[in-house]
Design a binder for this molecule. Sequence first.
Ligand SMILES: *[C@@H]1O[C@H](CO)[C@@H](O)[C@H](O)[C@H]1NC(C)=O
Ligand SMILES: *[C@@H]1O[C@H](CO)[C@@H](O)[C@H](O)[C@H]1NC(C)=O
Ligand SMILES: *[C@@H]1O[C@H](CO)[C@@H](O)[C@H](O)[C@H]1NC(C)=O
Ligand SMILES: *[C@@H]1O[C@H](CO)[C@@H](O)[C@H](O)[C@H]1NC(C)=O
Ligand SMILES: *[C@@H]1O[C@H](CO)[C@@H](O)[C@H](O)[C@H]1NC(C)=O
Length: 508
Amino acid sequence: MDFPASDAKRVPPDSEAFYIPLPSTNSSSRSRRSLTSHIIGGIFLVAIVLAAAFSRAKSKAPAQLEPFYAHVSRPEGFCTGVDGRTLSSFAGHIGLKGDTEDQPKRSFFWFFQAEHDSDNAPIILTIGGGPGSSGLLNPMFGQSHCIMTENGTVANPNRWTERYNLLAIDHPIGVGFSYGTHVNNSRDAAYDVYDFLQKFFRLYPHLAKSTFALSGGSYGGVYVPNIATVIHEQNLLLAQGRGQHGAVHINLEALIISNPMSDPISHFRWLLQYRCVETNLYNSTTCTELYAVLPECLEAIQLAYDYPSRENHKKAFALCFKMEAGDTHGTLVEDTRRKCNMTNDVASCFPVFDHMKKYFNDPATKAALGVPAHLNYTPLNMDVNKEFEDFGDIFHPHYLLYEPLLKAGIRVLHYVGARDANCAWPGVLSFLKLLRTPFQEEFIHAPDVPWPAKENATVRVVGDGAGSMTFIKVAEAGHFTVYDQPALAKMIVEHWLENQPFIPSMES
Ligand SMILES: *[C@@H]1O[C@H](CO)[C@@H](O)[C@H](O)[C@H]1NC(C)=O
Ligand SMILES: *[C@@H]1O[C@H](CO)[C@@H](O)[C@H](O)[C@H]1NC(C)=O
Ligand SMILES: *[C@@H]1O[C@H](CO)[C@@H](O)[C@H](O)[C@H]1NC(C)=O
Ligand SMILES: *[C@@H]1O[C@H](CO)[C@@H](O)[C@H](O)[C@H]1NC(C)=O
Ligand SMILES: *[C@@H]1O[C@H](CO)[C@@H](O)[C@H](O)[C@H]1NC(C)=O
């Protein structure tokens, strides 16, 4: 199917890149003529998309649609689907607020079109963790049309894109192929995503009505509640007529989170239980030493929550991350089933990170994705990591952001690989129990029911259908649940988004 199906003429079926020039900085003119006069040759077509958005908005409200940088290609022959079928995708950059030629601020995206009825299919926004890891990891681990191997991509039999549109972004700026002015905290980064989405829906207005879901894991457990909160708050403002001019309502319906770090206090409260009692990751000497640090660590985080100064963040970081650094005698923290000594480079135990690096730095891949040749791709950007660390971004009770979202009817799914000692499941279940919502009492007492078979997963559900608040523990998966259990992850996500009960008898 062509994309967008109804606007096929606007998008030529080749990998030619489009370019919308930026307005000159001193010009406030936003007339259709001033835009199109910048347009030359093959870029004409996207200008029409923008102009259409202008005239549509004009007829309703006083629109303040500022021209923005957009560069979109169609990577034909890249990330192809099953049976050699080419599944459609689009990739490119969108300029965010403050973006100029001299000081760019550009978010990279790769939009994988749903195989069936893309125009009406839900959209899943997928991001990375880190902070600093690329939003292309999860798509290439098992969400998108294709998966990464040592020899490039192969078709993905367990793609989420059979039923859903998948919108991958390198988040925040500085990560992967997103480049330019950085931000150093998850709230500012969430506003950037909102800006990105408004512009994305201006380029593809027919998608704006779609059901929208957010997906992330690990540090994505910090990003997702922040992004969801900004979208929800802006939706409320729009409904009151106080939203950003020209902005559209984003149909945020559900969140999909795996192995998250959303509340450091819960995380550290349970960390040694997992590493010393549930498993023998640490030996008895290490456990005794580290239990002595635990109360002080929890106190330091509480202080950092209550008084978020740089000093308090640093102190909490220094104290608590000692507990992460015990000798595991060769067991891999991210997957306690495996022996592997992780050096500084994550690729030493997960070679797929190196395959990603090789693939996305290949000039042919960059050309297909419309990425400037000079951009260097790293799966994990340590500068961004350091900037978020310096800000103390992690030491906030991000999980509390779920309370208003749950109360507003946004459904929240956690599916957690149980062999992960990095973001271990007991700390996740703990913060979920602490959320003060109408579901709290029921969630605390709900049983963990085997699904679909005893050895694979258990589900704890509160609410109708697939649940308002659902926790799934996946037995045979580590930190990267999609990577370890791709078929199960697909089943979980499909149940979740179709809002089908996991356990049929739990319907009544
Ligand atoms: C990758 O290609 C090499 C050389 O052709 C081959 O030996 C290897 O088995 C391939 N790997 C995979 C995962 O297909
Ligand atoms: C536990 O591991 C530490 C660090 O490798 C080591 O120094 C210590 O001797 C070990 N203790 C036991 C009881 O094996
Ligand atoms: C990991 O390192 C330890 C020593 O630090 C060594 O004894 C062990 O064999 C190594 N394990 C692997 C899987 O390389
Ligand atoms: C975070 O970024 C802001 C804006 O660039 C800057 O003013 C601030 O100093 C940064 N904070 C830290 C701790 O680096
Ligand atoms: C459940 O786990 C078993 C054993 O690891 C595996 O063979 C099977 O494919 C899994 N089922 C699903 C639905 O992932």
